[in-house]
Design a protein around this ligand. Structure first.
Ligand code: FAD
Length: 276
């Protein structure tokens, strides 16, 4: 069974079909099948009108679940979204960015998902919809482990909501084994909010690929409050600030290398936020 509804209500109703799997851009879905044939019912969301585009609302930016990386890049947004846009440019290739959706990246819940650190730094929430209604979860509560989320089988992600609580400059840096089409060894997202007098009022820093789920660095965020927003700010990063990370040794890098690279990348991303 392959369903391709045009309306959100119809899509939510279809989730009652036992074993049905959601399909968006398919750029994680199909590779995960490997050599297997598609043997489950599929709910293709790509024709659902309500699931496309980014809208500015009173308190939030609403990124509809079907928004692709390319659509995100084409949307004018405040500077705090620059990190998310930089991540978008690093997702696979142009072809992958044209098909792949932001919600698909979150629902796939890979520790190396490039969209997660910038959205954690933006304090994003995930909106989930089912026949029973709508609920919201903070992104940090939605992704619970490697390929694990809080989504129930009868729910789809309808939107990602970014509260309009920050506007300052942001940066995203990704380290991989080569320049293009590469899975992250470490990636970091930083947003700095100035106090209008040249100092940091709020810092938000998230690191991915160094733990099962990307995470914020609250110790470093606190230590940066009040710091001067000028070159040299990266020198404030200390190894103690990286304690929330739990990097592993794997085929791409050792844990020690990841920890060292995370420190370097956080420092560079901070510097990037204070120049220009
Ligand atoms: C060659 C290649 C390179 C890649 N490079 C990168 C990279 O550099 N960085 C990176 O982060 N990722 C990369 N990816 C992975 C992938 O492109 C992204 O994660 C993409 O954003 C997934 O979006 P999608 O719409 O294609 O998801 P799909 O493949 O359609 O779905 C992914 C998962 O999410 C679920 N899902 C999708 N939408 C919803 C929804 N609205 N509600 C509930 N569940 C949903 C699906 O059921 C599935 O389990 C790459 C993939 C390929 C093939």
């Amino acid at each position: 069974m392959f369903l391709r509804p045009r309306g959100l209500r119809e899509a939510v109703e279809a989730l009652a079909t036992p074993g049905i799997q959601i399909l968006a851009g398919g750029t994680d879905f199909y590779p995960a099948l490997g050599d297997r044939h598609l043997s489950v019912p599929v709910l293709d969301l790509t024709a659902v009108r309500e699931l496309s585009g980014i809208r500015e609302e009173k308190d939030v930016f609403r990124i509809a679940a079907g928004t692709t990386w390319t659509e995100l890049l084409a949307t004018p947004l405040p500077r705090c979204f620059d990190a998310l846009k930089a991540a978008a440019r690093e997702v696979g290739s142009i072809q992958i960015q044209n098909r792949g959706t932001i919600a698909g990246n979150l629902c796939n819940a890979s520790p190396a998902a490039d969209g997660v650190p910038p959205l954690l730094a933006l304090d994003a929430e995930v909106e989930l919809m089912s026949r029973a209604g709508t609920r919201r979860l903070k992104l940090g509560d939605f992704i619970t482990g490697n390929r694990k989320t809080e989504r129930r089988p009868d729910e789809l992600v309808s939107a990602i909501l970014v509260p309009r609580t920050i506007e300052g400059p942001s940066a995203f840096l990704k380290l991989g084994a080569r320049r293009y089409l590469v899975i992250s060894i470490v990636m970091v997202a930083v947003i700095l909010e100035g106090d209008g007098k040249g100092r940091v009022a709020e810092a938000r820093i998230a690191v991915g690929s160094c733990s099962a789920v990307a995470c914020r660095l609250p110790g470093l965020e606190a230590a940066l409050r009040g710091a001067e927003m000028r070159p040299g700010i990266g020198e404030r990063v200390d190894t103690r600030h990286l304690e929330p990370l739990a990097p592993i040794d794997d085929i791409r890098a050792t844990a020690a290398y990841r920890r060292d690279a995370a420190r370097t990348l956080v420092a560079r991303a901070l510097e990037r936020c204070v120049v220009g």
